[in-house]
Design a protein around this ligand. Structure first.
Ligand SMILES: [Zn+2]
Length: 311
C-alpha cells in the first residue's frame, strides 16, 4: 500500500521480537525467494510478523504505515474533513455509516464507522472536524480504516499540529495499485477508446437532456465535454485510465478535440507513446474493475529525466 510502511512494519517486528532489523530483512528476502518473488516485501513482512507472533495490537501506527489486510490497528489522527452521516437500507436492513478523513503527519486515510454508538458521537458533536482522536481495533480494507463494534474511538489528550491533509501521491507500478490509491505511474498507451462527447450545463456541469435542459437551471447553452479512455501498460500490468476534458486538453488541442475525425491523427500519435499519469484508483461502478481517474497527464520527456538524474 505505501512505500514508507515497509520500514515501519520491520521496526514494529524488530521491537516486539527483539530480532535485529537486518535479521528480519533476511527472513523476508528468504521468504520472497522461496515464493519466487510472487509476494511483495510488505506481504512477506506480514507473514514473518505473524509467524513470530508479533501483533500490531498494542502499537500505535502512523497512517503511512497502514497496509490493506491489517487488523486491530490503533492510531492517533486529526479529523480534517467530516462527512455527513449516511443512512442506508440494504436488503431490508437499515443502518448508518459515519465517515471522515483522518490525518497525521505522514498521510491521511478515509475512516468509516459502522457502530451506532460511535456514529452517535459524531451526531452529538462530541467528535468533530479539527479534533484529535484515538482509534483502536480498526481494520484496513481497500486503503480505508473501518471501525466496527469491537473498535473504539475517543478524543485524544494529544493535540496534533500540522498534518498531511492532501492525498499522498506515490509512484506505483500498475500491478501494485489498489483501490483508493493516489498514484503516479509511467506507462505506454496501448489502446484508446473515444473520445465520447456529451453536453453539460455551464453552471453546474451536470449532463443536460437532449433538448439542452438542465434539471436545475432549465434551458441552457450547453458546454461540450469529452471522455477519453486509455489502456495503459507498464509491463507489470495494464489498466484503464479515464480522462475528462480538462486532462484531455493537456495532450490534445481544441481543434483536435472537435470530433472523432479531427481526433484521428492525435490518436495515432498517442498510441504507443509513453506518458506519466497521476490520479486516483477507483472501482468502475458498472464493471467493478479498478481504473485510474486521471488528474494529470504528461509526456515522458527523456531528456528532462536525464537532466534531473544528473543533478
Ligand atoms: Zn445546471
Amino acid at each position: 500500500m505505501l512505500q514508507g510502511s515497509y520500514d515501519q512494519i520491520i521496526q514494529v517486528i524488530s521491537d516486539s521480537s527483539k530480532l535485529s532489523v537486518e535479521e528480519i530483512e533476511r527472513k523476508i528476502e528468504a521468504r520472497r525467494a522461496k515464493l519466487s518473488g510472487l509476494i511483495s516485501k510488505e506481504g512477506a513482512a506480514q507473514i514473518i510478523a505473524s509467524e513470530l507472533g508479533v501483533s500490531f495490537d498494542k502499537q500505535k501506527l502512523k497512517i503511512s504505515g497502514l497496509l490493506s489486510g491489517m487488523r486491530k490497528v490503533n492510531l492517533i489522527g486529526k479529523i480534517v474533513k467530516m462527512n455527513r452521516v449516511v443512512e442506508y437500507n440494504k436488503n431490508g436492513k437499515q443502518g448508518k455509516i459515519g465517515s471522515f478523513l483522518l490525518a497525521d503527519d505522514t498521510s491521511n486515510i478515509r475512516t468509516v464507522l459502522w457502530d451506532t454508538n460511535h456514529i452517535a458521537l459524531i451526531e452529538s458533536g462530541t467528535i468533530k472536524e479539527g479534533d484529535t482522536i484515538e482509534l483502536s481495533n480498526g481494520d484496513i480494507r481497500n486503503n480505508e480504516l473501518h471501525l466496527g463494534g469491537f473498535g473504539d474511538i475517543k478524543l485524544s489528550q494529544d493535540r496534533l499540529g500540522e498534518v498531511q491533509s492532501k492525498p499522498v501521491v506515490q509512484f506505483k507500478t500498475i500491478d501494485k495499485m489498489q483501490v483508493n490509491d493516489s498514484i503516479l505511474t509511467r506507462a505506454f498507451i496501448v489502446q484508446i477508446f473515444g473520445p465520447t462527447f456529451y453536453n453539460v450545463c455551464p453552471e453546474c456541469k451536470k449532463k443536460v437532456s437532449e433538448t439542452n435542459s438542465c434539471e436545475v437551471h432549465g434551458n441552457v447553452i450547453p458546454k461540450k465535454n469529452a471522455i477519453l479512455t486509455l489502456i495503459i501498460d507498464d509491463g507489470s500490468g495494464s489498466l484503464r485510465a479515464v480522462l475528462f476534458t480538462e486532462q484531455i486538453k493537456k495532450i490534445a488541442t481544441e481543434a483536435e478535440l472537435e470530433n472523432n475525425d479531427t481526433f484521428m491523427p492525435k490518436r495515432n500519435e498517442l498510441l504507443g507513446k509513453e506518458i506519466f499519469v497521476e490520479g486516483s484508483v477507483r472501482k468502475n461502478k458498472l464493471t467493478e474493475n479498478p481504473e485510474i481517474f486521471v488528474n494529470d497527464v504528461r509526456d515522458v520527456d527523456i531528456d528532462k529525466l536525464i537532466e534531473e538524474l544528473e543533478k
